[in-house]
Design a protein. Structure first.
Length: 157
């Protein structure tokens, strides 16, 4: 009888511990997403080393598929540029694995809050909405969009 009671107590304590850890992890993730939405520069860093400050891009809507990872994985980014800034962005996930698809969808929902209104030369997204590799695909697509939209400077020829 005493052994049964110990097993019940151990099982209950294990369940409580797991619940506390899971709740703590979810709260940290939710806080990170909220912080990225409320902080204008969260997840964005300056990448002026490859593009000059005076770069000019044609207004319009551009689309590119960014690759990342070793499998490789991909996402499609559609961005509307106005006056060298991202006016609108949409990320289309391509993952078939349920976990990867969930991460891509969460990233797709979070990224507009950190890139819309930013100059495209200043956009480089890091870990966002729990996704650590999807930003690599996003950054790859943004680089392709910059190449598509770049207006050649006729005075430098």
């Amino acid at each position: 009888m005493i052994t049964l009671s110990k097993r019940v107590i151990v099982t209950m304590m294990t369940g409580i511990s797991i619940s506390i850890v899971m709740t703590s992890c979810q709260a940290k993730e939710d806080t990170a997403v909220e912080r990225s939405r409320s902080t204008s520069n969260a997840g964005v860093s300056n990448s002026r080393s490859t593009i000059s400050k005076d770069s000019v891009y044609a207004d319009g809507t551009y689309k590119a598929t960014g690759q990342y990872g070793s499998l490789p994985s991909s996402i499609t980014v559609t961005a509307t540029l106005v006056d060298n800034a991202i006016n609108e962005v949409k990320v289309t996930p391509h993952a078939t694995n349920p976990t990867s698809l969930d991460l891509q969808r969460r990233f797709a929902n979070a990224v507009p809050a950190v890139v819309v209104g930013k100059r495209i030369d200043e956009v480089k997204v890091g870990r966002l909405a729990g996704s650590s590799h999807t930003p690599d695909g996003f950054n790859d697509a943004i680089q392709q969009i910059k190449e598509q939209a770049r207006i050649e400077d006729s005075t430098s020829k």
